[in-house]
Design a protein around this ligand. Sequence first.
Ligand SMILES: [Zn+2]
Length: 236
Amino acid sequence: MLFIDGSWLYHVRPFLMNLDGRPEFELDYKALPLLVKGHLMQQTEGPVDLVRTYYFGMTAVNKPGHDNVRERQFYEMLNKRCQYHTEVYEFDFRSRENGRRENCLEVGLTSMAMLHAMQPGTFDVACILAGDNDYQPMLRQIRALGKRTQLVAVKGDNGFYPTHPRMLEDSNLFDFPPVFLDEHLDRLQYHRSESLRTCDSCGKEELTTFTSDWFYCRSCREEYRSMKSRQQAQES
Ligand SMILES: [Zn+2]
């Protein structure tokens, strides 16, 4: 079973894009679980059944001038195109203004991984795509239950090392060597294809790379945006 800390992955994506001068790099979320599965098959020298991919993500609420359409589209793409199970938590901007810290994502990932680790026969190996040292206690407990663990990490370069060194050095945390995303960019590159789609609002056809179930053409999207900003200007 694969557990993805979406907030960490979001944070390292720009680094992957800049690596080897790949301004065109776009992560293929469908290829990601396959890469992890292939790595495990090599390590265990046997068949691997990837039971499920969990993606833990955030969505901003009460953020002035922000609408969540892109986030919704992204999570829908993970669900429908990539068959991920998504758990999305609200990140309330008001609580940040009040100086409160919210860790729903980390706690959510940890509780889900622990829950499954305790259910007999659910998984043998927990693959964790994350970089924070905060996951250490969880990893120790999963291993204490007799399950094995594997890290999906980013090696980093030029002063950017997003995987906490202790996650890489502590040999009591993992049962296999880590998979480094930055070593497999060719396999993780998403190849976008354009297709002609009909706008759900005005019925016009337009060439697009959007893959979501619903589709709005460029002019409908612009109209919606300017309507939104007029509304916000009236409210404030
Ligand atoms: Zn339209």
